[in-house]
Design a protein around this ligand. Sequence first.
Ligand code: PLP
Length: 391
Amino acid sequence: MPGRQVYLDNSATTRPYPEVTRAVLEAMEEYYGNPSSLHKKGVEASRVLGHAREAVAASLGVGTGEIVFTGGGTEAINLALKGALPGRRGRHVITTAVEHPAVLNACEQLKAQGVEVTVLPVDGQGVLEPRQLQETLREDTYLVSVMYVNNEVGAVQPLEKIAAVLADFRQGGRKLLWHVDAVQAYGKLSVRPRELGVDLLSVSAHKVHGPKGVGALYVVPHTKLQPLLAGGGQEHGRRSGTENVSAIAGFGVAAEVVAREAQGEAGKIFSLKKKLVDGVLAAVPGAILNGPVCRQDNPCCAPQIANISFPGLRGEILLHSLEERGIYVSTGSACASRKNQGSHVLKAMGVTEELLEGAVRFSLSPMTTVEEIDYTVEQTAAVVQELYALI
Ligand code: PLP
């Protein structure tokens, strides 16, 4: 079908909702004042900021004073991980092997400051065994960072069990911060940091049809956090710099949709993902699903991400062949694919080199339709057959 566009790279970024675009534009045209200014223009901009903060806070079930707007998920994560260090007695951090590079590379920088980092392994589905965390916790552990949904394979970490392990550890009066990278879970699963006892939680607007370059860090009250930037003390002193009012306005609108619809949409997205996975695996002999078993009753399976390997093919070649037919997918995470490195996530799951090379990620959104999935299954089967005929 010439001219058809099927966007299945929603874990890299999403298409903004029209109402988000309108809010960004309106804020740029009308509410261009500096929110710190005392005059009317400042007050208007400050009000826009306040509305967005309420929407983001409501979408997470937290208070507005607990939301720090940042320049995206990466910055929120860096603020959580690096900001937590100064003044802590402990020097030990625990994370997992399948985290986003924002977490893993922030941990590398912490190491340079004398922090010891334990990177926990995952099983073949990409899931952490909470007992391993329990056994790794030490008196000097000051931070645990575990993601909610993995961006490459859609593995959902068992946060409730992790919460129980950490609550148990804290019982003896031990102080420890728990950070959750919820960037891929936000808008797809229920994200409720208070209910889990999470201290720090990162989200990003552009994964939920909001603008790029804006995100938020949830910070539990009274948490000591050293700001990354020195400046005018905006965002309750946690993130200096004049706020990106227009992007934050767009984030607010996207957050309203998250609060209103996210849970309802997850079932629909999962059905489409299942249709895609079943269709591709049936049509392409030898194709393998990487990550959690695709079943609605599998608590480790996120609704929107399917990572499939086509043995003997290179994911990149398949990606471009699908692109010629108007289908946009990715070979893993957008960050890793640019650097042409093998996926650290698939490696940590024990995926073989051949399957690693032939991996393609399909990621869905509430905008994805049945017709798009049917077309993608049909075209993937045809393209793979053509490519197999060439080797
Ligand atoms: N964490 C996860 C799990 C992600 O998927 C991403 C983006 O790909 C990020 C963090 C970084 O978010 P941002 O692109 O807003 O910096």
